[in-house]
Design a protein around this ligand. Structure first.
Ligand SMILES: Nc1ncnc2c1ncn2[C@@H]1O[C@H](COP(=O)(O)OP(=O)(O)OP(=O)(O)O)[C@@H](O)[C@H]1O
Ligand SMILES: [Mg+2]
Length: 253
């Protein structure tokens, strides 16, 4: 199962925005998509149409004594019948702390996936802005780990930090890639400097440049994806191109 995860230590760089849009774009392209929302903030679940609720959350299928099978946790997105979501919830922060004392914590993700009775075409994972037990388990398993890089100062420092963390948990295989987000056509000098700096990074940088887009931000404010609010707006095409690029890298047919 090709698995694509969005991870950074730095917060607010676009992990959830890119993850939710790639999930929606791949579902719209006809794939059966499973999104694991491992962020207690649960923004990806909300953006993809789920209401805040008290039901089981993705972390209930994790750990030494899972309360639920993943089958019992997953819900279908109300907007896309082939997009399945294992939702996040604020109480996951406490569940994550329990994982730390577990000897198999780095295998938490494949163990949880064994409790799913069907095979998704592709798995997308959103993570919180920290290297906790969830993020480590995800980086250990995902075929492609995407680190969104915002255009501007300190961006590449954040990339170096996640690269170190990824290399520490990842024994072999897998790819860490950078995705440039918040690209602003109105700041050409910054863009040139950014492209120069990107030449020196040691991980592959994806071709897609996701623009800073009012429409993407507005869609998020309304807990929607831009494909549903303004499908032709600035950024929508680039997000679809990002989804295609990632699908190819992850080996999705
Ligand atoms: N390309 C973009 N254009 C406009 N706004 C964007 C873009 N990408 C992200 N944003 C906005 O930036 C904010 C942070 O994005 P997002 O929540 O996706 O980041 P994150 O890395 O998931 O944050 P956290 O670390 O808290 O989980 C949100 O308000 C989002 O709408
Ligand atoms: Mg997020």
């Amino acid at each position: 199962m090709p698995t694509i995860a969005f991870c950074t230590i730095k917060g607010g760089v676009g992990k959830t925005t890119l993850c939710a849009h790639v999930a929606a774009a791949l579902a719209d392209a006809g794939h059966r998509v499973l999104l694991l929302d491992l962020d207690p903030q649960a923004h990806a679940s909300l953006v993809l149409g789920l209401e805040t609720r008290d039901g089981p959350c993705v972390a209930d299928a994790f750990g030494p004594r899972p309360k639920h099978k993943l089958d019992e946790v997953v819900v279908v997105s109300p907007k896309r019948p082939n997009l399945y979501i294992a939702p996040g919830a604020p109480r996951m922060a406490a569940l994550e702390r329990e994982l730390f004392g577990w000897g198999h914590r780095l295998q938490a993700l494949p163990r949880a996936l064994k409790t799913l009775s069907w095979t998704p075409d592709v798995i997308l994972v959103d993570t919180p802005p920290s290297i906790g037990a969830f993020t480590e388990a995800v980086m250990c398993f995902a075929d492609v780990v995407v680190a969104p890089v915002p255009t501007g100062a300190f961006a590449l420092q954040g990339l170096a930090e996640i690269e170190t963390a990824w290399r520490e948990v990842r024994e072999d295989g897998g790819q860490l890639v950078a995705a440039v987000n918040l690209w602003d056509r109105r700041t050409p000098a910054t863009n040139v400097a950014m492209e120069e700096a990107l030449k020196d990074v040691t991980v592959p940088v994806l071709r897609a440049r996701i623009p800073r887009s009012e429409s993407i931000n507005q869609a998020g404010l309304g807990y929607e994806v831009v494909f549903d609010t303004s499908p032709n707006a600035s950024g929508a095409e680039e997000l679809r191109a990002l989804a295609q690029e990632l699908a190819k890298r992850a080996g999705l047919r």
